[in-house]
Structure formats: structure tokens, C-alpha cells
Design a protein around this ligand. Structure first.
Ligand code: SAM
Length: 295
């Protein structure tokens, strides 16, 4: 247990997480490092200046953003080689999580110099901590800009047996919720986490089917920064067939065969159990009689 201040280390790049809204969410070690680093490299020096001023820190700052990350990395590597300590911060939260930082880290590591994280806030962790998702989840981050690409991305994840975490900006949150509803099971839960740690923080949990109405009900519901946490799809029984593939195969076989034969063949083609596939055939063609075999 360290209770003394831990200043920045010479010749080391420190990747420092900063608050996602509430400036008091900064960690003590982040403050130690920002106070003592020879250089603070920031995505936007004006934004970081506000944070530093709030904590009475004066630092020598350099801008390292998406557009100059490679060139700036070369200059920082020189500084690190000369034994300087460097702290890197993005505008908010943890660098490298839907934020610049990865290229800088890669370049510094490739130069054989040490990189260390100073952990702290991230919107994904804050939202998940109150989402009640018990099990695996996938960080999707921002979806692509175009509707077709967004829907294709979501379609690819629709059957994954895990929660999904998305970042979204206010002008696109409605479109994103519409896309979620178009591609995922409408009974899945959705946590809309808005303005986390800020004055107008709001957490609204509903099923996907009800989310458009909630967003439409009040323009404040569409303001600010968003994390959307979609709960996992309903669990399948262990012997249940992979739904999408089994449905596709069964639908083709049922065009030419009775359900019993279609289920037998589908079992061989998909590796699923015959009984489960027969049940699925029933749901595709509800007038089929009960299975004539017992397993
Ligand atoms: N690096 C940051 C992190 O660790 O969370 C994320 C940066 S990304 C450019 C900004 C997005 O993160 C926002 O559009 C929003 O989706 C999410 N976000 C950041 N702060 C948030 C907050 N206070 N409440 C809700 N979402 C937030």
C-alpha cells in the first residue's frame, strides 16, 4: 500500500485517465503524475487546462491529437529518451478508449521505452457498473456513420451471447436506437446512461421496444453524452440449435420435405439435436403434428 505521492517516472510515458464530467473524479495518482510530469501531452490543451486549473496544477503542455499523433509521437520519444517524464491525457476518460492514444503507445513501445497506465474513469466502466449485466459484454463504441454500415455492424453482433456497449452523441442517439431495434431482439434490455457523473445524469432502463418512445417523450432525454448498454439475448437451452443458421437450413428443407425428414437432415447439416430442430420446424410451420420419434 502506497500512501505517499507517486510522481511521474523519468523516461516513462504515463497514460492518464481523467474525469468524464465530474472534475472531482480524478485519482490521487493521476494528480501526482500530472503535477510532476515534465510534459503533459493532451488531445486538446484547452480542455485539459480546465482540469489542471481546477486542481491547481501548472504544467508544460503539448498537443497530441488524432491529426498529429505520429509526428508528435516522434518528438515525445526524443523527450523520453532524454529522460523526461511524459503524461498523456485525452479530453475525458481513458485514452485509447474511443479516443486517441493507441498510436502514441504503439510508437513509444516500439522505441523500447516504458509505458504505464494510470487507471481512472471511463464511460464504459461507469455505465456497466450500473447496468446489471452479469456476464460477458462487447464494447462496440461508436457505430459507423452510415445507416447501412451501422445496421450491418449490429446484425453481426445480434446473436452474440453477451451484452453490447455503445457510445453515442446526442444528434445520433435516436437513429442508433432505431438501428438497435431493427437488428436486435426487441425484448432485450437497454440502459440509456446519459451525462454520467454530471449535473443532469440520468439512467433509464427499458426494453429496446420502448426506447424510441422514451427518447421522443422529452427533448432533455436526447441531450448530452450517452452510453447505451444492451442486455444479452435471452439464453438458449444447451441443446437449442444456432437459431439463424438452423432457421435458414430448415426453411429450405421444409420447402421440399415433411418436417420429420427436414429435422433429421437439418440435424446432420447443423450439428443440432433432432428434437430441438423439430420444435423449431414447428415454430416455422405451426400446423405440423408432434414428432413421431422419441430420443
Ligand atoms: N475515452 C472516453 C472514455 O474512456 O469513456 C470516451 C471518449 S469518446 C470520444 C466520448 C464518448 O464517450 C461520448 O460520445 C459518450 O458516448 C461517452 N461518454 C463520455 N463521457 C460520458 C458521460 N459523462 N456520460 C455518458 N457518456 C459519456
Amino acid at each position: 500500500m502506497h500512501d505517499a505521492p507517486q510522481p511521474a517516472r523519468a523516461g516513462t510515458l504515463h497514460i492518464v485517465a481523467t474525469p468524464i464530467g465530474n472534475l472531482r473524479d480524478i485519482g490521487l495518482r493521476a494528480l501526482d503524475v500530472l503535477r510532476s510530469a515534465d510534459l503533459v501531452a493532451a488531445e486538446d490543451t484547452r480542455t485539459t487546462q480546465v482540469l489542471l486549473a481546477a486542481h491547481g496544477i501548472q504544467a508544460r503542455m503539448v498537443a497530441v491529437h488524432e491529426h498529429n499523433e505520429r509526428g508528435a509521437a516522434a518528438r515525445l520519444i526524443e523527450a523520453l529518451r532524454a529522460g523526461r517524464s511524459v503524461a498523456y491525457v485525452s479530453d475525458a476518460g481513458t485514452p485509447g478508449i474511443s479516443d486517441p492514444g493507441a498510436r502514441l503507445v504503439e510508437a513509444v513501445r516500439a522505441a523500447g521505452l516504458p509505458v504505464t497506465p494510470i487507471p481512472g474513469p471511463s464511460a464504459v466502466a461507469a455505465a456497466l457498473s450500473v447496468a446489471g449485466v452479469d456476464g460477458p459484454w462487447l464494447f462496440v463504441g461508436f457505430l459507423p456513420g452510415r445507416t447501412a454500415a451501422r445496421r450491418k455492424t449490429l446484425r453481426g453482433y445480434a446473436a452474440w451471447p453477451c451484452g453490447l456497449v455503445l457510445y453515442e452523441a446526442p444528434h445520433r442517439v435516436r437513429a442508433t436506437v432505431d438501428d438497435l431495434l431493427a437488428e436486435l431482439d426487441s425484448a432485450r434490455t437497454l440502459l440509456i446512461a446519459r451525462e454520467l457523473s454530471k449535473r443532469f445524469e440520468q439512467l433509464h432502463q427499458c426494453v429496446l421496444a420502448d426506447a424510441p418512445a422514451w427518447l421522443a417523450a422529452d427533448e432533455n432525454h436526447r441531450r448530452g453524452e450517452f452510453v447505451l448498454v444492451v442486455g444479452p439475448p435471452a439464453a438458449q437451452a444447451d441443446d437449442a440449435p444456432d437459431d439463424a443458421e438452423a432457421r435458414r437450413v430448415l426453411a429450405i428443407l421444409l420447402e421440399a420435405l415433411p418436417a420429420t425428414q427436414a429435422a433429421r437432415l437439418a440435424a446432420r447439416l447443423t450439428g443440432g439435436r433432432r428434437n430441438a430442430l423439430y420444435d423449431l420446424a414447428l415454430s416455422l410451420k405451426p400446423d405440423i403434428p408432434p414428432a413421431p420419434w422419441t430420443d
